[in-house]
Write a protein that binds this ligand. Structure first.
Ligand code: NAP
Ligand code: MG
Length: 495
């Protein structure tokens, strides 16, 4: 019998109203059922929103430093439970223990960072044009926040959204990804252990189309914060637009590394290999394109293929694994479809390209690290997010062309350049159309005290993480206090 898990509504663990359920499985071994979860619908969402609304009155009046205390406590508990949490991530996402521990760290860091924000939440104090008048701004919570998260970073993406939502005084209904539901239960459990009051954080499991969309459409949800694909993000933005709800979107990427002829070649190769193939390329900031100067192109691609060949594909549970399985059959099929498209488009496949099916691989969703070279910017595999261990390589003749190819995508999440020339590096930073930019470093590795997010189709114009997240999860109030004793107004002209 598989272990049965529940929703968390108004501080009670409950089944879905309909009684329907879904299975959670291990991507490394599809016969291993990790648990049974409630398949919820609009009814369950409504109950959770009602609970969150009820809790909002009191929670929004708890002072931010006191809210922060709970986040600090949660951070401490999470740090203590890091191994257990990482084991859950290894089981349900499929990633390696090292990668999972890195994700737990990112989740803990955010709880601490936002805990500290409880003693800041600064606004402005300034002079009025008029005498005897105080002008200040103050942050206020938005209300009930609907939070929808993806499966690739199920713990850190929850922590990165729930922590700022709570410190600002909002209450939350969380709809995590169906592929990774257990991590969400563990997060909610430890928040309760840390002392979060009743109804402040509610959890509803279910599909995006049903439970997710019901949350997006609910009239009492004032903000939707979503991380996932650009296709779903577009749909959510339209639904929020219809009812004028605030929406924050963190979407896909087609992140590129520019490798110039004056770079440290080994460093560039190592960074590209890690960026492209760790977590099986299923990072939103994964390196999926490399743009290489023609004078080092052959040398670079040779080294890249040699280093990639050394990677071991395997279960996240195996310590020697470099490349973990992909999340599910559907994602695997998407990757295979793109590989076929790449071949038909005339890109040259120099490594991989196949699903692994022999021996233990037959149990899970394993794909070989795959490299296409001689790719043109107009090819489908050069433009669309594949979200798997597939890397495409372009040859360019100049820095100018490198920047042009870099920006020839609808996405703009993260980018990187390898060069020893500081002028060139800074010029690339200025010209790369991305929300995050690296110099001599892989395309991933965000830190919690800095903003995170993308431009173009990688986001909706907001930034979450860092103090930028406060702009998403709070509203400004501008306050004028007149102590002149008379009626004053800047619009009473005296010229
Ligand atoms: P997805 O299909 O967009 O799903 C993301 C979340 O949205 C899941 O919880 C999903 O539920 C839910 N959802 C799906 N359809 C929905 C709908 N119509 N209404 C409301 N919710 C809906 O994305 P994914 O395939 O899981 O994740 C991979 C994508 O996320 C990639 O494109 C990746 O680049 C992006 N990503 C971006 C960032 C970032 O910060 N920029 C970070 C991580 C991932 P179910 O799946 O449970 O049905
Ligand atoms: Mg799963």
């Amino acid at each position: 019998m598989s272990k049965s898990f529940k929703n968390f509504i108004d501080s009670k663990w409950v089944d879905s109203v309909s009684g329907k359920t879904f299975y959670n499985m291990n991507p490394a071994n599809k016969d291993e059922i990790l648990g049974v979860f409630p398949l919820s619908d609009a009814h369950d969402i409504d109950l959770a929103v009602q609970a969150a609304e009820k809790a909002f009155k009191e929670w929004s009046r708890v002072t931010p430093p006191m809210r922060g205390k709970i986040l600090f406590e949660a951070g401490k508990i999470m740090a203590k439970k890091k191994t257990e949490l990482a084991q859950t991530l290894v089981k349900e996402v499929g990633k390696t223990m090292k990668e999972a521990l890195g994700e737990v760290k990112a989740a803990v860091d955010m709880l601490y960072f936002m805990g500290g924000e409880g003693r800041r939440l600064y606004g402005d104090t300034t002079y009025s044009e008029l005498p005897n008048r105080l002008a200040i701004t103050k942050r206020y919570p938005i209300g009930v926040c609907g939070i929808i998260t993806p499966w690739n970073f199920p713990l850190s993406s929850i922590s990165w959204k729930v922590s700022p939502a709570l410190i600002c005084g909002n209450t939350v209904v969380l709809k995590p990804a169906r592929d990774t539901p257990e991590t969400a239960n563990k997060f909610v459990e430890l928040m309760q252990e840390a002392g979060l009051p009743r109804g402040v954080l509610n959890l509803v499991h279910g599909s995006g189309e049903e439970a997710g969309e019901a949350l997006v459409k609910h009239k009492d949800v004032n903000l939707i914060s979503f991380t996932g694909s650009s296709a779903v993000g577009r749909k959510i933005a339209a639904l929020c637009g219809e009812r004028l709800a605030k929406v924050s979107l963190e979407l896909g990427g087609k992140n590129a590394v520019i490798v110039m002829e004056d770079c440290d070649l080994d460093l560039a190769v190592d960074s590209v290999v890690r960026g492209a193939f760790s977590v099986a390329g299923e990072r939103c900031t994964a390196t999926s394109r490399v743009i290489v100067h023609q004078s080092i192109y052959d040398n670079f691609t040779e080294k890249l293929a040699a280093e990639t060949k050394k990677l071991k594909v395997g279960s996240g549970e195996d310590e020697s694994t470099d490349v973990c399985p992909v999340i599910n059959e559907k994602q695997l099929n998407t990757i295979m479809r793109y590989v076929e498209i790449g071949k038909k488009e005339g890109a040259k496949l120099i490594l991989g390209g196949n699903r692994l099916t022999h021996g233990v691989y037959s149990r899970g969703f394993y794909f070989e690290p795959t490299i296409f070279v001689d790719v043109r910017p107009d090819m489908v595999i050069a433009r669309e997010e594949i979200f798997g261990p597939v890397l495409v390589v372009f040859k360019v003749n100049s820095f100018e062309e490198a920047i042009e190819v870099h920006n020839a995508t609808e996405y703009g999440l993260s980018g990187s350049i390898f060069t020893r020339n500081v002028n060139r590096a800074m010029s690339a930073v200025d010209r790369m159309e991305t929300g995050v930019c690296y110099v001599n470093a892989p395309t991933f590795g965000s830190e919690v005290h800095l903003p995170f997010g993308g431009v173009k189709k990688s986001g909706g114009g907001h930034r979450e993480v860092g103090k930028a997240a406060l702009e998403v999860f709070s509203d400004w109030k501008t306050i004028y206090v007149d102590y002149s004793g008379g009626v004053q107004n800047v619009q009473f002209h005296k010229d």
